[in-house]
Write a protein that binds this ligand. Structure first.
Ligand code: FES
Length: 70
């Protein structure tokens, strides 16, 4: 794996876990403060968008996509 490669993991029934050197900006280009690894809301119910706050568990969000294998 490349040292500076960004990885986004689609967690089953939950968030998008982002790891690596990446800048997260709003629609106006202003940066959000975040750590090197952070989770983005995928369910739409977070009270702290764009970040995941764990609400996906209480709404029983269900989504577990898998990438196609070669
Ligand atoms: S994915 Fe966690 S609150 Fe939406």
């Amino acid at each position: 794996m490349e040292e500076n490669k960004v990885t986004i993991k689609v967690n089953d029934n939950g968030s998008l876990r982002v790891t690596g050197q990446v800048e997260l900006v709003d629609a106006e280009g202003n940066p959000f403060e975040h750590k090197e690894s952070f989770s983005l809301c995928r369910c739409g119910a977070s009270g702290n968008k764009p970040f995941c706050d764990g609400t996906h568990k209480s709404i029983n969000f269900v989504s577990a996509p898998r990438a196609k294998k070669d």
